[in-house]
Write a protein that binds this ligand. Sequence first.
Ligand code: PBG
Length: 333
Amino acid sequence: MQPIQAPFPATRFRRSRARAATRALTRETTLTADDLIWPVFLRDGEGVEEEVPSMPGVFRRSVDRVVEAAAEAHALGIPAICLFPYTDPDRKTKDCAEAWNPENLSNRATRAIKAEVPGIAVMTDVALDPYNIDGHDGFVHAGRVVNDETVEALVRQALSQAEAGADIIGPSDMMDGRIGALRDALEAEGHHDVMLMSYAAKYASAFYGPFRDAVGASGALKGDKKTYQMDPGNSDEALRLVTRDLSEGADAVMVKPGMPYLDICRRVKDGFGAPTFAYQVSGEYAMIEAAARNGWVDGERVMLESLLAFKRAGCDGILTYFAPRAARALREG
Ligand code: PBG
């Protein structure tokens, strides 16, 4: 489509920008609380809220506190909350069995939230890293992250999450073949309505640093995740991964990190028209928050502008640690 434009002065772009009312009328994209998924960190205990040092303003919460947080998010109109457990180092093993323990932190929190705040969708994370003594998303055999054995474990993990009541399952592990295996297992066990939001285009990124502190994986991780996460130089590969995951039964796809990868969001949305999400990851949060706390940028405006950019790039929604603050700011106008 080629927009028709009369020459100046018949066309003056500043006409529609001249007043707030016409700026609002001509705005192409908007951000609402409906667009937000709030990732939260869990920890053991009761009445605990402990700040993550590299993510000021973000807390690890005990189950009772995360239920309160979910109620608050629901009241703000946020549709979904995404759970990430901090696992005590002594619970981490080579076989990652805690990942499918029905009583693990993530499953206990899911049940508690679904009991108290049924209206908010609970999203859970499928990957072995919080439970793995090696810190990787998959099993490490002889120094290699093995694919097929890991997928079997991911299936057990996802089924335990679906049993606990998860509405959306988010495989963030980047193993090959996991979407098909998860979909088959969920169907076979009668979990027909559990959504799979695939972390389809997940890059091997330095922007995950603060998250690994938050879930206690930084200490355990040896080496990097480049043999399973994407190379930041690749773009066509993202489309091939999205094709693969949609054809294996993903209901929605995700691009991660977010802001440095908006070109990927746009290609994915244009290429498939599928529900497309981006994850504004921990390092992105930390950069904005650090600059804001230093008085170097207006934190609230930068937060909202960064989130609107995802919508403009074609995303249907954003996972963001700013979710409750953004929802509140949007409500207050
Ligand atoms: C791991 C996982 C990571 C994030 C979500 N799930 C980190 C990683 O891949 O090392 C990162 C989220 C963030 O940085 O906010 N399965």
